[in-house]
Design a protein around this ligand. Structure first.
Ligand SMILES: [Fe+2]
Length: 203
C-alpha cells in the first residue's frame, strides 16, 4: 500500500493512500496542500478515485473542487456533512480503492460529521485526535459529550498497535500510536463523562 503524509502549506496534514498495482488513489483532507498532492499523483501515475473529508471545516476541504475537476474524483464525507459531496458515508462503511479497504468510524465531538478512517494498521483521526491533544469542542456543532464517547469509548478501545495520523501537525511528532497516546495524551486520561466535560470547559 502506498501511504504518504503531506504538509505543504500551513499545519494541516493531507494523506494519499493508494493501491499501486491498481493505480488507484484516495486523498484524505486536501486542505491547502493540493499543489504538492497533484505532483505526487502525477509522478506515481495514480488515478484519484475519491477525496475523503474527515469533516467539513474549510481548512480540510479546501482543494476538494480543484482535485474533483482535475481527476473527475468523487467527494466522500459523512452523510451529516454540509460538504458538497458525491457520496455520504456512515459508521462502518467501507471505501474500496483497488484492493485496499478503508473503514469509516463516525467520531462526532469536534463536529457532528467527524470521521476517522481505518486502513492497514493506520487510523487517520482528522480533528478528533491529535498527537498529545484532541480537537476543540467549542466550535459550532461541537460536543464534549460526543467527544468523550468518540475518544474514550471508541478510539481508546481500538488496537494499541494502530498508528495514529492526525489532521494537523500540533504535536511533538507527526504521527503516533494508540498505545502511546493512551500513555501520554492528557485528553485520553481516565475520566468520567462529567469529569471530561468539565475538563473540556476549562481553559
Ligand atoms: Fe476542524
Amino acid at each position: 500500500m502506498f501511504f504518504r503524509q503531506i504538509k505543504y502549506r500551513g499545519d494541516n496534514f493531507s494523506y494519499i493512500i493508494a493501491d499501486e498495482a491498481a493505480g488507484e488513489a484516495v486523498v484524505v483532507d486536501p486542505s491547502f496542500n493540493v499543489d504538492a498532492i497533484i505532483l505526487v499523483l502525477k509522478d506515481q501515475n495514480f488515478n484519484l478515485k475519491y477525496v475523503i473529508d474527515t469533516h467539513g471545516h474549510s481548512d480540510h476541504t479546501a482543494g476538494n473542487e480543484e482535485l474533483r475537476s482535475a481527476f473527475h474524483s468523487k467527494i466522500v464525507a459523512h452523510k451529516l456533512s454540509h460538504v458538497n459531496k458525491d457520496i455520504g458515508v456512515v459508521d462502518g462503511d467501507i471505501i474500496c480503492v483497488g484492493a485496499i479497504k478503508i473503514k469509516v468510524l463516525h467520531t462526532p465531538g469536534h463536529t457532528p460529521d467527524s470521521i476517522c478512517l481505518l486502513t492497514d494498521g493506520k487510523l487517520l483521526t482528522g480533528d478528533t485526535l491529535f498527537v498529545g491533544e484532541c480537537g476543540r469542542t467549542d466550535l459550532p456543532g461541537g460536543s464534549a459529550k460526543d467527544m468523550y464517547n468518540s475518544l474514550l469509548q471508541k478510539i481508546a478501545k481500538l488496537d494499541d498497535n494502530l498508528e495514529v495520523y492526525p489532521g494537523h501537525d500540533y504535536g511533538p511528532f507527526p504521527n503516533s500510536t494508540i498505545a502511546k497516546e493512551k500513555q501520554t495524551n492528557y485528553t485520553l486520561q481516565n475520566r468520567t463523562l462529567q469529569q471530561f466535560i468539565q475538563f473540556m470547559q476549562t481553559p
